[in-house]
Design a protein around this ligand. Structure first.
Ligand SMILES: [Zn+2]
Length: 309
């Protein structure tokens, strides 16, 4: 299975347009040993021809133009992008769908609750279904295992399992709507298995690490894990107020309850942090935080990485 990291930052990217934190300021000034990053986007393919996007980032158009494998190959209208798997209704995970509205058929996998939010509450997404056989919405449930297919139903060699990680919907979803939705469909984790049996765990947003989650990721060969925040109070330290990492649905990396400690016993998977917020001190490659995660066997994803499983 081929895995392309098209984007590796959390919402806002790095640097973020309105952010003057130490990281963003120093990156703009050219004084930080760090790499700029677009908002998290991953694409996978088993055969190198049919590609599936894991979510659809606001930077998707730029990311496709940077990635030859995702560009048209033949005819006037063409795309290797065969499908999109959505793990949540967060704007950072869905906004890119609006960049895919040019009558190109593809499949979208998501929970029935996400379909309600996108298709019934947000009329802009109707542009994905202006004509018959444009976008094929396919419902998936937590706990389900299913093959990733093209719009005609042809298999791709990749099978997918999704599981529930959180019960909270984005703030833009009304309380009235949330009351009609299934709480376990709000945020999914993903395990992909290629034709060779190699497994990729994709978890860019993890609110808490359970024993069950630990057992599952130990079965993966590669783990792309929530690297949003270094510490629980990171944004509060930078902004002087606001929410903690955990309140925002992200287990922090550091500390006794952090992901670095909780996942220290993992033996099997290659471990990569992704979805890194621009405030995260780990982005500074000359700093102690970066050294600490590298010494613990972790990598920090960068845009443009091409990985093979
Ligand atoms: Zn910043």
């Amino acid at each position: 299975m081929r895995v392309e990291i098209l984007g590796s930052a959390a919402g806002g990217g790095f640097p973020q347009w309105n952010c003057n934190c130490r990281n963003c300021r120093s990156l703009r000034a050219g004084t930080l040993r760090a790499t700029s990053r677009t908002q998290t986007q991953v694409a996978v393919s088993d055969d190198g021809r049919a590609w599936f996007l894991l979510n659809a980032s606001p930077d998707l158009r730029l990311q496709i133009e940077r990635t030859p494998a995702l560009q048209p190959r033949e005819g006037v209208r063409d795309s290797p992008i065969t499908g999109v798997l959505l793990t949540s209704a967060d704007i950072d995970q869905i906004a890119g769908l609006l960049s895919l509205r040019e009558l190109q058929p593809f499949r979208i996998y998501c929970t029935p609750s996400l379909q309600k939010v996108l298709r019934e509450d947000n009329s802009a997404f109707g542009m994905l279904n202006r004509v018959p056989r444009q976008v094929c919405w396919t419902s998936v449930q937590p706990g389900e295992r299913f093959p990733l297919m093209d719009v005609e139903g042809a298999g791709s060699g990749i099978s997918c399992e999704v599981f529930s990680l959180a019960e909270r919907y984005p703030m833009y979803v009304s309380a009235e709507r949330v009351a009609q939705l299934s709480s376990e469909e709000a945020l999914l984790g993903v395990m992909l298995t290629g034709a060779s049996g190699m497994r990729l765990a994709y978890l860019p947003a993890v609110p808490a690490i359970s024993e069950q989650l630990l057992r599952l990721v130990e079965t993966a060969d590669m783990l792309l894990f929530d690297g949003t925040f270094w510490s629980d109070d990171e944004l509060i330290q930078v902004q002087g107020g606001g929410a903690t990492a955990r309140e925002m649905g992200h287990v922090p990396i550091s500390g006794p309850d952090g992901s670095l400690h909780a996942l220290a016993g993992l033996r099997r998977p290659r471990k990569i942090f992704i979805h890194v917020n621009n405030t995260n001190p780990m982005l500074d490659e000359s700093g102690p935080e970066y050294r600490e995660v590298r010494a613990a066997g972790w990598e920090v994803a960068e845009d443009g990485w091409q990985l093979n499983l």
